[in-house]
Design a protein around this ligand. Sequence first.
Ligand SMILES: *Cc1c(COP(=O)(O)O)cnc(C)c1O
Length: 437
Amino acid sequence: MSNSPEMDTLRAADPELAELIALESERQESTIELIASENHASPAVMAAAGSVLTNKYAEGYPGRRYYGGCVHHDAIEQLARDRAKQLFGCTFANVQPHSGAQANMAVFMATMQPGDTFASLILKDGGHLSHGMKLNFSGTFFNPVHYALHYDKAHPEHERIDYDSVRAVCQKHKPKALLCGYSAYPRVIDFAKFREIADEVGALLIADIAHIAGLVAAGEHPSPFPHAHVVTTTTHKSLRGPRGGLIMTNDEDLNKAINRALFPGVQGGPLMHIIAAKGVAFGEALRPDFKLYQQQVVRNAQALAAALTGHGYRITSGGTDNHLMLVDLTGRDASLTGKDAEAWLERAGIITNKNGVPDDPRPPMTTSGLRLGSPATTTRGFKEGEMTRIAAWIDRVLSAGLKGEGELGEAADQVRAEVRELCARFPLPCAEARCHA
Ligand SMILES: *Cc1c(COP(=O)(O)O)cnc(C)c1O
């Protein structure tokens, strides 16, 4: 694995670390990535992220910095902001959050006082840890109350958001903020309905579109604007940029409060190399082929869900509208756990994560489900046919695992070889551009 001048430089300077990166590059190249929150950033995004911009302190915002020498950094940050605003159709964008969780932290700090109440979906049913988990800042310094999904098999909306419960929780607790947007929810979010409920109780509506940002940008999921007062997201999931966060709003006063809360509230110097890479990714997302990519993301997720259903697995809520699905493994066999499935599939080169299903009786380190997503496989060029093959491989490995170690070992080896062969025919964007490894 040889190749780019940058990696040659690293190999000469630090062979030990270069070797580890090369191994990881080979792992990504030769395995099927089904983790719904992951993707493969483009060579252009990687180039910006690996640039000289990492050398600069640029605390503050364009035109108002605490350090000299920021002339190009002002232009870079302004470009990234402008592209974000164009992409999501909003008035203000803060491109500095180091991550999605830090974007949320800044928004909490800008819109609430410590101890204030906010409403969200609980983590175990698809929420995010920054939406009120006990150990997280959000659950430590604020008071989360949770709405629910429908948990009634006979209900047509089974395992979808229960908007009556959203309303009831808000009426009862009068939260300062109402959060929507999730980490493991396969269905369309009705932002207008959330806003209606938020208005009834005078709450701010915060939409965290970390998972679906790429779909939203491409018009393949309804936009949270103009309904949400504040929108937060990551930039590295379906949006396919560098790891990072982004905060947007149409409200000038909220924008001011958010900017102050992010810096100096929760962060110091911005990661200017990452902000430049965000700008590159937003530029890519503004191009017509990004819409085609996102349409294929949804078609691929639906093809995978349909094929798994055909193999006897239960997909929660009966399917997916977006890039991800939750597979209830107990539909196939009551003894299957997410923990075993994740480990068995990894031996076959299929990378997933265990995830609770709604109302899961098992604890989070075991779970009854797997969360599967299509953004990364779609980036490497897989279409419905490849997704259908993946479903068959998943069933082969899990069926073998149920029989015992001997059968599992054999099936995992066979599938691993077939996975390698398929991956070799669909090289990753960076392998083709030889920008790493
Ligand atoms: C992934 C995610 C985040 C946090 O992103 P990090 O960059 O990992 O901090 C926040 N909210 C939701 C809904 C997410 O899925």
